[in-house]
Design a protein around this ligand. Structure first.
Ligand SMILES: O=C(O)CCC(=O)C(=O)O
Ligand SMILES: [Fe+2]
Length: 279
C-alpha cells in the first residue's frame, strides 16, 4: 500500500483527498497555496535557534504550555514508557516567541489555518448526510479564531549513539486535535500504520503538505474519519548525523465546541492532557 500524493489544483482534488483520509487517516497534497520559500526559511532559522543556548530563555510554562520543551522533559507517547528523541517549541500567537522568529512563524500560522479551514470544508462536504448531521456546527467554524490551535516546531537532533534503548524520534501515537497540517519535514522518517497493521512511509518530498485526522474529528464523526497511528523512525547510515525539523499545526476547536454527546473540545483536551500527565 502506498499513500498517493494529490494535486490540490486538480478538479477532483477534494474528493480524492477525503477518500485518502477515510482510508488511511492521512492525505498528502502537492501544489497547495503554502509558500515553500517560507517553510524553508522557517526550517533554517529555527535550526539555528535550536542550536543556540537562547532557547533556554524560553523554557515552557506549565500553566500556559507555550515555549521551549527540552529533550530531558520531552513527551512520552500514550501507552509508552520511553521518551521520544526530540525537543520542541510551542508557538501560540498569544505566547512567547523570539522577536527574530516572530514574523515568519506567525505568517505560516495564519496561512496554514486558512488552508485548514478550506480542507475542513472539503471533509464536511464529502461526508455522508448522517455524519454531517453529527457536527454541532460547521467544521471550518469549529477552529475559527481558536486560541487553542498549536503550532509545534520540532527538532529531532542528530543521533548521538547513547539514546535510551528502544527510543525513537516519535513513538507511535494519534494526535488529539481535529486535524493536523504538516509540511513535509526536511528529512524523511514519518510513517503511518495502515489497516493491515503495516507501517507505510508518508511521501516526504519537500513542498508536499500532509494532513492527518486527529482524535477529536474521529470522536465528532462517530468514527467515520479515522485517527490513525503514526510515528517518526530513527535515521540510518549517513542520515544519523542529520537533524530533522518539522512543523505540525494542531487545529484545535474553540473550547466550548460540542464534539459529541460525551465531550466538548475542552473536556476532551483536559482528559487527554491529564492522561499524558501534562496537567
Ligand atoms: O515530525 C513529524 O513528522 C510528525 C510529528 C508528529 O506526529 C507529532 O508531533 O504529533
Ligand atoms: Fe502526530
Amino acid at each position: 500500500m502506498k499513500l498517493e500524493t494529490i494535486d490540490y489544483l486538480a478538479q477532483d482534488s477534494a474528493e480524492k483527498f477525503v477518500k485518502s483520509l477515510r482510508e488511511t487517516g492521512f492525505g498528502v497534497l502537492s501544489n497547495h497555496p503554502i509558500d515553500k520559500a517560507l517553510v524553508e526559511a522557517i526550517y533554517v532559522e529555527w535550526q539555528a535557534f535550536f542550536n543556540s543556548e537562547e532557547k533556554r530563555n524560553y523554557l515552557f510554562k506549565p500553566e500556559t504550555q507555550d515555549g521551549f520543551f527540552p529533550a530531558e522533559i520531552s513527551e512520552t507517547a500514550k501507552g509508552h514508557t520511553v521518551k521520544d528523541i526530540k525537543e520542541y517549541f510551542h508557538v501560540y500567537p498569544w505566547g512567547r516567541i523570539p522577536d527574530s522568529l516572530r514574523e515568519n512563524i506567525l505568517t505560516y500560522y495564519k496561512k496554514a489555518n486558512t488552508l485548514a479551514q478550506e480542507l475542513l470544508g472539503w471533509i464536511e462536504a464529502y461526508a455522508p448526510d448522517d455524519v454531517k448531521a453529527k457536527f454541532s456546527i460547521a467544521l471550518p467554524q469549529m477552529i475559527e479564531n481558536s486560541q487553542k490551535t498549536l503550532l509545534r516546531v520540532l527538532h529531532y537532533p542528530p543521533m548521538s549513539g547513547d539514546e535510551e534503548m528502544g527510543a525513537i524520534r516519535a513513538a507511535a501515537h494519534e494526535d488529539i486535535n481535529l486535524i493536523t497540517v504538516l509540511p513535509a519535514a526536511n528529512e524523511p522518517g514519518l510513517q503511518v500504520q495502515v489497516k493491515d497493521g503495516s507501517w507505510v512511509d508518508v511521501p516526504s518530498d519537500f513542498g508536499n503538505i500532509i494532513i492527518n485526522i486527529g482524535d477529536m474529528l474521529q470522536e465528532a464523526s462517530g468514527g467515520y474519519y479515522p485517527s490513525t497511528s503514526h510515528r517518526v523512525i530513527n535515521p540510518e547510515g549517513a542520515d544519523k548525523t542529520k537533524s530533522r525539523i518539522s512543523l505540525p499545526l494542531f487545529l484545535h476547536p474553540n473550547p466550548e465546541v460540542v464534539l459529541s454527546d460525551r465531550y466538548t473540545a475542552d473536556s476532551y483536551l483536559m482528559e487527554r492532557l491529564r492522561e499524558l500527565g501534562v496537567i
